[in-house]
Ligand binder design. Structure first.
Ligand SMILES: NC(=O)C1=CN([C@@H]2O[C@H](COP(=O)(O)OP(=O)(O)OC[C@H]3O[C@@H](n4cnc5c(N)ncnc54)[C@H](OP(=O)(O)O)[C@@H]3O)[C@@H](O)[C@H]2O)C=CC1
Ligand SMILES: Nc1nc(=O)c2c([nH]1)NC[C@@H]1CN(c3ccc(C(=O)N[C@@H](CCC(=O)O)C(=O)O)cc3)C=[N+]21
Length: 280
């Protein structure tokens, strides 16, 4: 069996072409383009790279971005003040606060300070709750990107047993809710789960969001499963041991080139949606 490659890089590229045209049309009509404000606190090189990639993606579709860099020593109050300023700035249509922030900062408080209509990365409690209730909301970028990728390849989720390994606020937990909303039967596994392999063996669709390289073993995954690997580690490996699987699963996301590009693409897509709402 040759597995279908869920090519996030390609899907993101195709979407960008469409977004570029929409941005050009908006600019023609209003003289303005959507602007994404990115906030990076501290100088972690990996985070700096991701934030740069997000700014570059804005530029590729003709949107602007505003890169805010705050020192490692930033306090919760200082970050809240910056977020408030961006909330009140009519030129800013979306706000991304890069996770993680330094330990002295209350990340949840800061995420939740982002105005709901500018929460294009889908990190607020309000956005999560609305998404979970199927009310209009911007989804968390990574799981929303995964849903868009599965949709693009017509992967059927209805009635399927989806096993999500990981329950973080911006990845595993919203992923599970989105799968539930897509009528999957959902199991969420985490660090206290007993007999993880027994759950993974039942998965029609397995989502790896653990943050540990090749933690989910190929031998746990059944023939014909759909494999979604959100993990990304140096050396281009994900959270799932992928190479032994490529000839016996139905479909899989490559690492790199799978989930990562869809995360950024979803952020850009949702920034444009927000810009369209705010600029007309
Ligand atoms: N491509 C992309 O766009 C993105 C990729 N990522 C990648 O996805 C991965 C996960 O990221 P993120 O969700 O932020 O990570 P977190 O560290 O926030 O969460 C990891 C989750 O895995 C669970 N976990 C840890 N150890 C085990 C274990 N031994 N058995 C079962 N579950 C375990 C934790 O459980 P518990 O809750 O009990 O602690 C937690 O829920 C990382 O590799 C990250 O690099 C993340 C964001 C975006
Ligand atoms: N508020 C917030 N929102 C996030 O969405 C968020 C975050 N914080 N913190 C960190 C993680 C990580 N993340 C990635 C995005 C793109 C790639 C990506 O595009 N990766 C490429 C490879 C890139 C490379 O070559 O290094 C790929 O998988 O093909 C990876 C990881 C978003 N995150």
């Amino acid at each position: 069996m040759t597995a279908l490659v869920l090519d996030g890089k390609l899907c993101a590229k195709e979407t960008e072409n469409r977004l570029q045209a929409q941005v050009a049309e908006l600019k023609e009509r209003t003289g303005r383009t959507p602007i994404l404000a990115t906030i990076l606190v501290g100088a972690d090189p990996a985070s700096a790279t991701y934030v740069k990639m997000k700014g570059n993606a804005c530029r590729r579709v003709g949107m602007d971005s505003m890169a805010i860099e705050l020192p490692e020593t930033t306090t919760t109050e200082q970050l809240l003040a910056k977020i408030n300023e961006l909330n009140n700035n009519p030129d800013v249509h979306g706000i991304l606060l890069q996770h993680p922030v330094p330990a002295q900062v209350d990340e949840r408080l800061c995420f939740d300070a982002i105005a709901a209509h500018k929460d294009v990365d889908g990190v607020t409690c309000l956005g999560f709750g609305r998404m979970a209730m199927k009310e209009p909301a911007y989804g968390a970028a990574t799981p929303a990107g995964i849903m868009r990728l599965l949709e693009a390849y017509d992967v059927n989720l209805e009635g399927k047993h989806v096993v999500v390994v990981g329950r973080s606020p911006i990845l595993g937990k919203p992923m599970a809710m989105m799968m539930l909303n897509a009528n999957a039967t959902v199991t969420i596994c985490h660090s206290r789960t007993q007999n993880l392999s027994e759950f993974v063996k039942q998965a029609d669709v397995i989502v790896g969001a653990v943050g540990k390289p090749e933690f989910i073993k190929a031998e746990w995954i059944k023939d014909g499963a759909v494999v979604v690997d959100a993990g990304y580690h140096p050396g281009g490996v994900g959270d799932i041991e992928l190479s032994p699987l490529v000839n016996r699963v139905t479909a899989y996301t490559p690492v790199p080139g799978g989930v990562g590009p869809m995360t950024i693409n979803t952020l850009i897509l949702q920034t444009l949606e927000s810009g369209l709402k705010q600029l007309g």
